[in-house]
Design a protein around this ligand. Sequence first.
Ligand code: SAH
Ligand code: SF4
Ligand code: F3S
Length: 477
Amino acid sequence: MKTIIQNYPNLDEARKRQKTPTNFIETNFNIDCFNRWFEDKTYFIRTYGCQANVRDEETMAGMLNAAGATRVDAENEADIIIINTCAVRENAEDKVYGQIGNLKSIVAKSRRVIALCGCMVEQPEILKKVMDTYPYVQLFFGTHEINQLLQLIYEVSQTQSRIVDVQSKPGEVIEGLPCQRTHPYKAYVDIMYGCDKFCTYCIVPYTRGKERSRRFSDIINECKKLVEQNYQEITLLGQNVNAYGKDLDEKKDFADLLEEVAKLGIPRLRFMTSHPWNFTTRMIDVIAKYDNIMKFIHLPVQSGSDEILKKMGRRYSRQDYLDLVELMRQKIPNLALSTDIIVGFPNESEEQFAQTLDLVDRVKYDSAFTFIYSPRKGTPAANLKDDVTYETKAKRFKTLVEHLEISISASSENMVGKVYPVLVDTVSKTNANMLSGYAENNKLIHFAGPIDLIGKIVNVRVKESHTYSLIGELCHE
Ligand code: SAH
Ligand code: SF4
Ligand code: F3S
């Protein structure tokens, strides 16, 4: 099979950031050029990684549906298989290797187009490795080429070549692509793309391009439509939502956006991820002011040690973070807080780790995501020599989780006996008679109820608390 390399990623290119204005592209989404090729095709998409990837999947599904293709839930029934990948840690990549490996058995059966996209292929060495290891993957495209999806699949099918189209570039803001949303009542809305923070451990700024905001009016129009369609929850998405608008001439920031979306009357409004560095008092005031903005903030701290925060390039000190949390707690009663923490950054000392434990004990998080540091080739931290053994990191990880569980359990136990509005999400995975959904503080509650409650907000009294979930009972007023 011939390989056509249209673009190949380059981390040095990806590192470059010019303060150039964002290029806005209005797509004239057009399917006329594919000779109705997609109309009898089926497709399968599997997505790994964060909400940005989930939202990208929705765009890809929207495009394929618009071209007439039909989605299927099993790889072996699909003519087009798309694996949308994540590169944030090695274990995220390992999952993808497992998935592509599994495809081998079904490839021989018929002619399919198998495509790999997302953050993993934005890394030159990883891309080479997957190209060498999995000859049956014919298409590789990056996060900047999603709008080219149909064109690329069609080209592969027509030329029977292998195509690589992965650019490392600041990226544009592309409007007007179709979108097939995953949920009929919960929606993700991208408010910005990329990241300029370049935390020294993180690959995201290289895989997603520069921090660039969508225009205020485009976001509001998308949210308005969702309200009209009776959506119950909107989550505004960005790697650092608090930096929204900094690159625009519109003189609007995240507080303005949050307020305007809240005023549209969506029953529940969430946002993620917040960077402590860009969080303003006005943003906190807006969150406090509107009942439909959920009193839940995901505020990654990463470490409780000033030295480590500095080495990570996080731009705030331990005290800055604690002060911000205090201000939030003062202004927003019943605020639930969650965080991300990395254990075992290169050369993290026992004392520095103890600072993280101390911070966790002080903040008393309601939920948390914890990770063992994973070197990402091309990031500055990956060049640091590391004197901490994996065994020590694993031990610290366990200790950290034990500390976190104290406040997580306490916050769940505190809910017992009280009534919470819950947006009913699904039938519980473990018990077909149980529904589950999230309370305002993002805690998952399971309770018995009829299936037609899915998508509605109902009152649930919490009966039992477990560390990571709660059991409740439907209130019949
Ligand atoms: N933009 C968000 C999160 C991006 S990635 C933020 O800045 O908070 C999600 C989480 O993955 C990060 O918060 C961090 O805790 C973790 N992470 C990122 N790179 C990592 C690495 N190399 N090793 C381990 N964890 C990492
Ligand atoms: Fe990664 Fe830091 Fe950007 Fe978050 S803020 S995506 S951790 S570089
Ligand atoms: Fe993963 Fe890319 Fe998101 S690396 S966490 S899918 S931005």
